[in-house]
Design a protein around this ligand. Structure first.
Ligand SMILES: Nc1nc2c(c(=O)[nH]1)N(C=O)[C@@H](CNc1ccc(C(=O)N[C@@H](CCC(=O)O)C(=O)O)cc1)CN2
Ligand SMILES: Nc1nc2c(ncn2[C@@H]2O[C@H](COP(=O)(O)OP(=O)(O)OP(=O)(O)O)[C@@H](O)[C@H]2O)c(=O)[nH]1
Ligand SMILES: [Mg+2]
Length: 458
């Protein structure tokens, strides 16, 4: 209950410079004040002030710990409640000792995520902002962190609110039409609904497009290097990774297993997979390797098909090109240091010209062109602007898709002049589904489930 005062250790457990205990709730100031001796009594101190002093064990009257205490009075705090933060000396004993004394007062241990949950329940942030707080903590790259921070600040919430507002206008219009049908001809209302739902659908589409990029920025582009044996796939991996990770020999069939390597390219993480050369083979081990190559092709966000430019295209390569039609593909014409034999005309039937990259891995030629081709394929310059809101949470993506479907249904129904109260159901559904993203229409069980993913003290 929000009437209870809660406390938790908010810093990582272990030895460190200092550790912080956070206390929040109606009794935070008065309860901590009973344990704290300082020049200014905490109960009389102004908000957003820091106080030096000692935590006293009330049983013995002894000093338990030397601390700094920060006071934030409601509503100007993380939870919007009275918040007291106690900085102790870092170390397992000192922080636990203060914590134990606090829990002997009218203070209970907070559940994981309970501070953030209170910020949500008290209306300072919405659900998507709270979820972004977890993303902040879990971010593994600078870019992922920046995306989450934007969302903590409410970038996604703002957009969702606008869309819901638009749907509300449509719903109001429908309401008037149902109550006073004589005020309107039904076809005019249908047009109005098509207008509004169409608008919201296209906005949802552009948000969903950012989801693709958001995933890439967080998890990297899974990139499979594939091709026939001996064309230089492992050499390419080594060159991009600036490392001799993969074995390179002039014997076809050298690579047997999939080799993974992480690199960053223009700030974009790439998970490179070097694979066994694809060919028919009687060798049992190599056959398994070829099978794995095919699986890697299926999984990949991006396929780098390496061909040996000093030979004509092989039927196996044409077959592979047929199989991966429609996928994100770059063809690397390797070994350009040798006299060229490969038929560019044939390649052009499968890939755009700027996605065919001549290279000589041996002479270190063409690496820049490859990097540019990859950036262009995935980001076409948009990444740099930095003002995009990325949808990255799977829950949000699922709800956006559902809302879009509901709107699609409404749009089609309006188009066929289906009775207006039937259309109303779908528009209202979309409005609720969008509301679930920001938590306006979320159930308690969902809210509990989301906050239980947090760590203690957050
Ligand atoms: N010591 C400490 N550091 C921390 C936190 C904390 O709770 N304590 N935070 C916790 O995760 C983060 C900072 N996030 C915060 C977000 C909002 C408010 C806050 O008081 N907001 C009020 C008042 C704003 C104002 O006075 O201008 C508000 O928005 O109404 C505080 C911290 C990171 N660093
Ligand atoms: N002339 C020339 N030789 C190259 C070039 N790139 C790689 N090679 C050579 O081609 C041979 C095969 O290279 P790898 O990188 O092992 O080829 P692969 O595609 O991984 O081969 P498998 O693992 O057997 O499928 C080696 O002898 C490399 O030195 C290049 O740009 N020019
Ligand atoms: Mg190899």
């Amino acid at each position: 209950m929000l009437s209870e005062t809660i406390a938790a250790i908010s810093t990582a457990v272990g030895e460190g410079g200092i550790a912080v205990i956070r206390v929040s709730g109606p009794e935070a100031i008065s309860e901590v004040a009973q344990l704290f001796r300082s020049k200014t009594p905490l109960t009389e101190a102004a908000t957003h002030t820091v106080h030096y002093g000692f935590i006293i064990d009330p049983a013995s009257g002894e000093k338990a710990e030397e601390v700094l205490v920060t006071l934030m009075r409601a509503p100007r705090s993380f939870t919007t409640e009275d918040v007291v933060e106690i900085s102790t000396h870092g170390g397992v004993v000192s922080v636990q000792r203060v914590m134990d004394l606090l829990l002997q007062q009218k203070i209970r241990l907070a559940e994981p995520g309970e501070f953030t949950k209170r910020a949500f329940l008290n209306g300072r942030i919405d659900l998507s902002q709270a979820e972004a707080v977890i993303d902040l903590i879990r971010s593994k790259s600078n870019k992922a962190f920046s995306i989450a921070l934007k969302q903590v600040e409410g970038s996604l919430s703002g957009k969702i609110r606008l869309l819901r507002q638009t749907l509300l206008e449509a719903l109001a219009h429908i309401e008037v039409n149902i109550d006073y049908p004589e005020h309107d001809v039904e076809s005019l209302t249908a047009e109005f609904i098509k207008d509004k739902t169409g608008l919201v659908m296209s906005e949802i589409d552009s948000l969903l497009r950012t989801a693709e990029q958001g995933k890439i920025l967080r998890e990297g582009i899974t990139t499979a290097i594939v091709g026939r044996p001996n064309v230089g796939k492992s050499s390419l991996l080594n060159s991009l990774a600036h490392d001799n990770k993969a074995i390179v020999t002039d014997i076809p069939g050298t690579t047997r297993d999939v080799i993974e390597e992480y690199i960053t390219l223009n700030h974009i993480p790439l998970k490179l997979l070097d694979t066994a050369g694809i060919r028919e083979t009687m060798d049992v081990v190599e056959r398994i390797g070829v099978e794995r190559s095919r699986n890697a092709v299926t999984e990949a966000d991006l396929i780098l098909l390496v061909v040996n430019a000093s030979e004509p295209l092989h039927p196996d390569e044409i077959e592979l090109l047929e199989q991966i039609r429609g996928r994100q593909l770059i063809v690397i014409m390797n070994k350009m240091d040798l006299p060229s034999q490969v038929d560019r005309e044939v390649l052009s039937r499968y890939v755009a010209d700027d996605l065919i990259v001549p290279m000589s891995v041996k002479d270190d030629q063409g690496v820049n062109d490859l990097e540019n081709a990859i950036s262009k394929l995935f980001f076409s310059g948009k990444l740099e602007s930095g003002d995009l809101t990325y949808v990255s949470n799977v829950r949000h993506i699922a709800l956006l898709k559902k809302a879009k479907q509901s709107l699609q249904d409404a749009y089609e129904a309006a188009d066929m002049l289906v009775p207006i109260d039937m259309i109303q159901i779908d528009v209202r559904l979309a409005w609720e589904q969008l509301g679930e993203i920001v938590g306006d229409t979320a159930h308690d069980a969902l809210i509990d489930q989301i906050f239980s993913q947090f760590c203690l003290g957050k």
